[in-house]
Design a protein around this ligand. Structure first.
Ligand code: NAD
Ligand code: LMR
Length: 325
């Protein structure tokens, strides 16, 4: 067994948190040989519910769970933390867009960015799940000047996984055989799910798909999947969101397969002419605990237009929170 690592989950008594805590504690995120100290953060009124989560974690008797700290104090929750999943935030309801949450949730990420800066291990890897995830990640990072901005990422892995599953169904393949999917941009209705590089069982699938299906079925279905789930469940996606968060952290830490990449919201470095200053979803390859944006992919005019459109939305979100950066 390795030395234990500290994993912070915010909003740990919420829908996603309730899934995440158990999956992380059982070794699904960092491996069965990696002991975990869970540091769970909630708001004060949710502490009784969080206590229930702690009791259930104990009752699982996971061999990988070394300790659990449950608190409403962000400084304690981020103390020496190696990994943080920032989930605690208000979810949207029917008829809302994710950036309608910006005002309500922005303060949370200002405060938590500062607490990370003051308390966490300086190599901490942060995943922001709470919406609007890209801009919340930017706010948290801007408030943590001692931490490398590259260590703040936003979750578009759920969109990536949704797209793979949708494509597999369409072409009668399996999700795990769909490789090289890309989600560009914002985790919002402007995101661009790009199939131009996708292969199934080693062969490109672009020519099997009609433009009309792409434009009028696939792209809007992935862009609107979150809203479709809210309509069906009366609550936003939770188990699939937790699963995607596990996938994101797992691959960042343990690496991506050599024949594939994943989508992650990361600080733009100018790749693909997306100007720096926003957290934008790119295709990335991970190895040795770090990620690199995949370079030199050919980009069609069809893609370019959509990549710019989602970049514009992220710049507008940034402008709306400029005073917090
Ligand atoms: P939820 O309401 O069930 O849980 C949120 C929890 O956060 C609550 O228990 C609440 O008490 C807690 N919380 C609120 N403010 C907090 C703070 N300052 N510190 C710590 N905890 C705090 O919501 P949920 O369904 O778990 O969703 C959480 C967030 O994740 C929402 O913003 C939702 O929109 C977002 N989400 C993102 C994705 C994605 O793909 N990026 C997917 C699904 C959901
Ligand atoms: C999702 O994509 O399911 C989440 O971001 C929740 C939402 O508001 O759509």
């Amino acid at each position: 067994m390795k030395k234990p690592v500290r994993v912070t989950i915010t909003g740990a008594a919420g829908q996603i948190g309730y899934q995440l805590a158990f999956r992380i504690a059982s070794g699904q995120m960092l491996g069965k040989d990696q002991p975990i100290i869970l540091q769970l953060l909630e708001i004060s009124p949710a502490l009784p519910a969080l206590n229930g989560v702690v009791m259930e974690l104990e009752d699982c008797a996971f061999s990988t769970l070394a300790n659990v700290i449950a608190t409403d104090d962000a400084n304690l929750a981020f103390k020496d933390s190696d990994y943080a999943l920032l989930v605690g935030a208000m979810p949207r309801g029917p008829g809302m867009e994710r950036n309608d949450l910006l005002e309500a949730n922005a303060k949370i990420f200002t405060h938590q960015g500062k607490a990370i800066n003051e308390n966490a291990d300086h190599q901490i890897k942060v995943l922001v799940v709470g919406n609007p995830a890209n801009t919340n990640a930017l706010i948290a990072s801007s408030n943590a000047p001692n931490i490398n901005p590259k260590n703040f990422t936003a979750m578009t892995r759920l969109d990536h996984n949704r797209a793979k599953a949708y494509l597999a169904k369409k072409i009668n393949s399996k999700s795990q055989d769909i490789k090289n999917m890309i989600i560009w941009g914002n985790h919002s209705a402007t995101q661009y799910p790009d199939i131009e590089h996708v292969k199934s069982a080693g062969s490109h699938i672009k020519n099997e798909l009609k433009l009309d299906w792409l434009e009028n079925d696939f792209i809007p279905a992935i862009q609107q999947r979150g809203a479709t789930i809210i309509k069906a469940r009366g609550a936003s996606s939770a188990a699939s969101a937790a699963s995607a968060a596990i996938d994101h952290m797992h691959d960042w830490v343990l690496g991506t397969p050599s024949d594939d990449w994943v989508s992650m919201g990361v600080p733009s470095d100018g790749s693909y002419n997306i100007a720096p200053g926003i957290i934008y979803s790119f295709p990335v390859r991970c190895s040795n605990g770090s990620y690199q944006i995949v370079q030199n992919l050919p980009i069609s005019d069809f893609s370019k237009k959509r990549m710019i459109n989602t970049e514009i939305e992220l710049r507008e979100e940034r402008a709306a929170v400029e005073d917090l950066l």
